[in-house]
Ligand binder design. Sequence first.
Ligand code: NAP
Length: 301
Amino acid sequence: MYDIIIIGAGPAGMTAAIYARRASKSVLVLEALSYGGQIINTPDIENYPAAAHISGFEFATKVYEQAAALGAEFVFEKAVDIIDGGSEKTVVTTDNSYTCKAVIIATGSRNRRLGLPNEDELIGRGVSYCATCDGAFFRGKTVAVVGGGNTALEDALYLCDLAAKVYLIHRRDAFRGDEKTVSALKARETAEIIYNSTVTALLADKRLTGIEVTDKDGGVRTIETDGLFVAVGRVPENAGFAKLIKLDEAGYIAAGEDCLTNVPGIYAAGDGRAKNVRQLVTAAADGAVSAEAAVRYISEL
Ligand code: NAP
């Protein structure tokens, strides 16, 4: 039996592993994909203390190596259920089940889809959710980015260095993302911002050839584009735990800054928790808070 099982190897989960190992607890980290979570898609982190410039992948790798060197075990299996037996909990994965005294859920979130009929079949054929992963395929071509948050702005800026033309389509006339990035994008000659508009159809002939864009007055235009990068936010990955763990109406785990869920000995950390500020630094903070809480819980069993 492990002391603590952490579900999710993003910045929150791996920080929790570091804190829990430093408290001499045995730790298993379960991860469905690869370590790092969504931060691996960020080309350049500029807002983490003492790291003025570091790529998301390098950051994630350093945290992974730190946690592993401290003795955290990593198993790459998708956790699908938690069975609460009080002082003994079972985490069920697609392949196995593992028992522990406390669980930290740090499963984060996944990309929100636009919800257009042929969107899924065009993934990898012009439609992408990760500019840093797929941007290089569009060198010298025309691309569009949809969204108005930091991800869309940073994706558009990143693509300006590769593509011949970058459209940024946002459904409102004001951005949710940082003013500094908006200004940097506006200064790029290859960038064109289309406000108050949504992408209403994906035009394709085996792969994406263009998009239909509808403005708030109902005006429709077609934009020829080789690529569409969708950056319209994220949705939490908590549905699998909903029968045990209380979620809010948007699907985030209903836990405060103390990371406590409705079940004693089960904690929530990172972007999947209900919170106002979803940043790398707050994910790491949740990792520390949840691990300290789990360690305290175990000491009182
Ligand atoms: P976000 O901040 O939630 O922004 C999502 C954007 O997509 C919003 O502008 C939203 O429009 C738009 N949107 C949502 N659904 C849409 C739809 N169906 N059709 C068209 N547009 C739609 O998401 P994010 O940009 O992925 O950022 C997530 C979090 O990570 C944020 O807290 C962000 O600050 C943070 N982040 C930080 C950095 C950094 O600090 N370097 C980098 C990336 C992300 P409305 O504005 O109208 O709602």
